[in-house]
Design a protein around this ligand. Structure first.
Ligand code: HEM
Length: 162
């Protein structure tokens, strides 16, 4: 059975189904579980522009959230951050190597070190992705694949206890 509701953040309809399990796994601090890369069909179906929009929408939610202090406050820096993050996601989804060309080796955990990322910051970060992923016009197994990647890899970025 499908039920629908409207997101309090994006005001767009979100669809909940019985098949997907977009749950946030509560990993112990310091764990680095193995990461399965997201299905490359996601980029084939969405195209680069919709991946960029997804990342942009995510940042727009972050900069209004409880963890906004982590993110750039001015629009120029915010646009640059969106571009770096979108370059990364397009790359890991099998697209052009934009991130490596512009920034070099991703070294994601190292790049997050200057920021205090707590388990609850991760929950907020993931919670916004959950909403946005559920609003995408993609088959459920692909949404699940993207989620699984974010759910696991995001715990690698947690570098500070509450
Ligand atoms: C655990 C939750 C996370 C938080 C709170 C977080 C926070 C941040 C912050 C504060 C920055 C620096 C500001 C900016 O440039 O946006 C950043 C950069 C970035 N994050 Fe995250 N992040 C998280 C998880 C992730 C994950 C799971 C990925 C990838 C799958 C990711 C990819 C990136 C990328 C690509 C950048 C840009 C790095 C660069 O400057 O080249 N983040 N993140």
């Amino acid at each position: 059975m499908n039920t629908s509701a409207f997101s309090v953040f994006t005001e767009k309809p979100i669809i909940f189904t019985d098949l997907m399990e977009l749950t946030i796994t509560d990993y112990a601090f310091g764990m680095r579980p193995g990461v399965a890369m997201p299905d490359k069909q996601i980029l084939e179906l969405l195209g680069e522009e919709r991946v960029r929009k997804l990342v942009s929408d995510h940042y727009d939610l972050l900069v209004e959230s409880e963890i906004k202090n982590l993110f750039p406050g001015n629009p120029v820096a915010l646009d640059a951050a969106k571009e770096r993050a979108a370059d990364f996601f397009i790359q890991i989804l099998g697209g052009p190597q934009y991130y490596n060309e512009n920034r070099g080796n991703p070294m994601m955990t190292r790049r997050h070190m200057p920021f205090k990322i707590t388990p609850s910051a991760r929950n907020i970060w993931l919670g916004f992705y959950k909403e946005l992923l559920l609003g995408l016009d993609l088959p459920e197994h692909l949404i699940q694949s993207y989620w699984n990647y974010l759910n696991v890899f995001s715990t690698w970025m947690v570098n500070t206890k509450e």
